[in-house]
Write a protein that binds this ligand. Structure first.
Ligand code: G3P
Ligand code: CA
Length: 249
């Protein structure tokens, strides 16, 4: 068995509306080892799964997540903006922005699937989001292998303070010197690194390859190179494609 895992980015966002239950279900059907998703906090303190700080790009709503209640956000469609996708069906319009609780409940039938929760805490300081995410995971994600990641290092370090047993990973979009030192000094379990950084200078990361999850690798070339490097995981918009190439190894 090839050691590199395949994680579906926001589900299978290359083909389905990102960060929706539909997208997660389809990625699971395709056979992913893990799922990546993004969390933000609503005005009434609910943890919702959506990439942007605003509703505008991925839903037919508008404005900041932090300014709307969950009930208000749920009125909008998270599928209606994806009519250009080849697989688009009018049924996609009933997809709503899911809560983290709903995704954790969906995953209860799939205990082997790893979950990467990206804390979108680099733009707004969502007060209390770390505590709320841990509470939800304790209630609905028991026993699941969960990796918390963020571009905002304090957010994942706070999670580790709140619960020393959590697995944390720092998201990196520019090269860092001596990556192993970051892993050791900050107590990280992994680095989640932009593909261009790894593919440009894999030798710099040779000591951390087993701790690397690489995003967002979508082309055949990128996927094959990362399989050659045997990184821990490939995070991709097209998990079916990555799973196919892995099956050929
Ligand atoms: O977790 C990897 C990747 O999702 C980070 O970037 O902008 O797609 O959330 P972004
Ligand atoms: Ca993300």
């Amino acid at each position: 068995m090839h050691p590199t895992k395949v994680y579906g980015h926001r589900g299978a966002m290359g083909e389905y509306p990102e960060n929706t239950l539909l997208s997660f279900e389809q990625a699971i059907l395709q056979g992913v080892d893990g799922l990546e998703l993004d969390v933000q906090l609503t005005k009434d303190g609910e943890v919702v799964v959506i990439h942007d700080e605003m509703l505008d790009r991925t839903t037919n709503g508008t404005g900041f997540i932090k300014d709307w209640t969950l009930g208000e956000i749920k009125q909008y469609s998270a599928g209606a903006n994806f009519t250009k996708f080849p697989k688009y069906k009018p049924e996609w319009e009933i997809e709503a922005v899911p809560t983290l609780q709903e995704v954790l409940e969906l995953l209860q039938d799939h205990p082997h699937i790893e979950l990467n929760i990206e804390m979108k805490t680099n733009h707004f300081r969502y007060e209390g989001i770390e505590e709320k995410v841990l509470e939800l995971v304790n209630l609905y994600g028991e026993g699941r292998n969960i990796i918390y990641s963020s571009f905002h290092l304090p957010s994942i370090l706070k999670l580790k303070v709140l619960d020393p047993f959590v697995e944390i990973a720092w998201l990196i979009h520019q090269p860092i010197p001596h990556p192993n030192e970051y892993v050791e000094i900050f107590g990280l379990e992994a680095l989640h690194v932009a593909k261009d950084i790894i593919l440009a200078s894999p030798y710099q990361y040779k000591e951390t390859l087993k701790r690397l999850r690489v995003w967002t690798a979508n082309s055949t070339d990128e996927i094959k190179q990362l399989l050659d490097l045997q990184v821990n995981a490939i995070i991709t918009d097209y998990p079916e494609k990555a799973l196919f190439f892995r099956s050929e190894r």
